[in-house]
Design a protein around this ligand. Structure first.
Ligand code: NAD
Length: 482
């Protein structure tokens, strides 16, 4: 078979598309039509090994470049990526059902992400000389080695950038394992690497599923795993990395609380229903899916969110005016549908949605749904649903709002909304989470992002992004005794 945009039988190893060792295939299903439109190889242990060997071979020459020389490649990647935003967005949207307008917005920030990581080279000193209490020392920041970057399907390209950007500046080489649902855009990224002359083997790509990822995690040639995905997979990966004493960062799931203070102005809050509560049809790790509303405004807020969600255009991902699309695949669709049933069984009340939207016979569509009469012990308030499903809970005091927000197994995102920014910031300080937005949505690239509790370990992005990709080595000296 000859590779084309939607059909791939190769892996990207050592700067070339090479036939996959594994003959197993993954069918790619269009979530809007439920039709198979493409396929890729389901990479096996031999494919992973070939990619890791290529990354290992590329490591000495790559790590010998200066951080600024390495950063220069990221700047070129950013420029080349920028020219392909439309094409990459169309391929992402076809695979995961993200409506094209949002897909373009998500790819649109990727060049800025690469440029940000390149800028970190300006202050990255691989070696520092320092006096010690007993002589002097060289503190060397060495690249950790070959990085395994494993990403999910909901934001594949930004999440690859968040991993290989800092890895490459730090002097590491990498093997990327895209999600089974979104492997095709990774091949377009490989074309970007070729176009800018990234040395062969510096970034390799192996398509496949969970088993492929597991092979990468346990490969002895991989020094660090950078993972974004579900909490369950994160647990399995953490266990393996603990056995091997392998460095690991884990960006996992969430059930983040959005606290609306009693003075919230709903017209000001309205844009956040899209950007903070239900981005990517609710399939976003940081989405604020547990809304806490002051009891005296509970019905008003619940109805407002429900009406807003019901008015947001839903439909074919190819239509640029749609904001909600289908869910990514059949199992995600069934999972969300199950939660809609669980919610009602638990005694929650549907305010809007609650099933399949009318007029859609095909595709993994779920109507945007809001539940009221929810208590924080219900499964729909505790578990990550990963769909356009919002639960609204009442609170009687700020203390109670904070208590409910923190009564969660997760701690990835969070939000506080009020015209009184200082008051909202004080509430945000009390929320136990890796990030909390105040009248905002989407964490900027130049500050750390990550979670606590079941939402993960370690941080990506921000000024300290390179730390996850370096190992400190100290050479210390005592004055020679006469
Ligand atoms: P997933 O965990 O099933 O898969 C993610 C990636 O990991 C895929 O490439 C998959 O093939 C691979 N994988 C799965 N099990 C593995 C294992 N045992 N060993 C190695 N690799 C393995 O997640 P998903 O369904 O693709 O994505 C949705 C999840 O991702 C949600 O829970 C969401 O909250 C989370 N997510 C988190 C963030 C974040 O930054 N915290 C961002 C986006 C998505």
């Amino acid at each position: 078979m000859t590779d084309d945009l939607y059909h791939r039988s190769t892996q990207y190893i050592n700067g070339k598309l090479v036939p996959s060792h594994s003959a197993a295939k993954i069918d790619l299903v269009d979530p809007a039509t439920e039709e198979i439109f493409g396929e890729v190889a389901f990479g096996d242990a031999a494919d992973v090994d070939a990619a890791v060997q290529a990354a290992k071979a590329a490591l000495p020459a790559w790590s010998a470049l200066s951080p600024k020389e390495r950063a220069a490649y990221l700047l070129k990647i950013a420029d080349a990526y920028e020219k392909r935003i439309d094409q990459i967005s169309e391929v992402v949207s076809k695979q995961n059902g993200t409506p094209i307008g949002l897909a373009k917005a998500m790819q649109g920030v990727v060049p800025a992400n690469y440029r940000f990581f390149a800028s970190l080279a300006d202050n990255f000193e691989p070696e520092e000389y320092t006096a010690t209490s007993a002589g002097d020392a060289f503190v060397i920041r060495q690249p950790v080695g070959v990085v395994g970057a494993i990403v999910p399907w909901n934001g594949p390209q930004p999440l690859i950038a968040w991993k290989i950007g800092p890895a490459l500046v730090a002097g590491c080489t990498a093997v990327v394992k895209p999600a089974a649902e979104t492997p095709l855009d990774a091949f377009l990224l490989a074309e970007v690497f070729d176009e800018v002359g990234l040395p062969p083997g510096v970034v390799n790509i192996v398509t496949g599923g969970r088993a492929t990822g597991a092979e990468l995690v346990k490969h002895p040639g991989v020094a660090k795993i950078a993972f974004t995905g579900s909490t369950r997979a994160g647990q399995a990966i953490a266990e393996q990395c603990a056995k091997d004493f392998k460095k690991v960062t884990l960006e996992l799931g969430g059930k983040s609380a959005g606290i609306l203070l009693d003075d919230v102005v709903l017209d000001d809050f309205k844009p956040f229903v899209m950007s903070a509560l239900t981005p990517n049809t609710g399939q976003t790790c940081r989405a604020l899916t547990r809304i806490l509303a002051p009891r005296e405004r509970y019905d008003e807020i619940t109805d407002f969110i429900a009406e807003t969600m019901a008015s947001i255009p839903l439909g074919e991902p190819t239509n640029p005016s749609n904001f909600y699309g289908p869910l990514v695949n059949a199992s995600q669709y069934e999972r969300v549908m199950d939660y809609l049933k669980i919610a009602v069984d638990e005694g929650a009340e549907v305010v809007t949605g609650g099933g399949r939207p009318e007029g859609f016979d095909k595709g993994y569509y779920v109507a945007p749904t809001v539940f009221k009469n929810v208590t924080n012990d219900m499964r729909i308030a505790r578990e990550e649903i990963f769909g356009p499903v919002i639960v609204v809970l009442p609170y009687d005091s700020i203390d109670e709002a904070v208590e409910i927000a923190n009564d969660s197994d997760y701690g990835l995102g969070g939000g506080v909304f009020s015209p009184d920014e200082e008051k909202a910031t004080e509430v945000a300080r009390r929320v136990v989470s890796g990030t909390v937005a105040v009248n905002a949505a989407g964490c900027p690239i130049d500050v750390p992002f990550g979670g606590v509790k079941n939402s993960g370990m370690g941080r990506e992005n921000g000024q300290t992004a390179l730390d996850a990709y370096v190992e400190y080595k100290t050479i210390y000296r005592s004055p020679v005794k006469a």
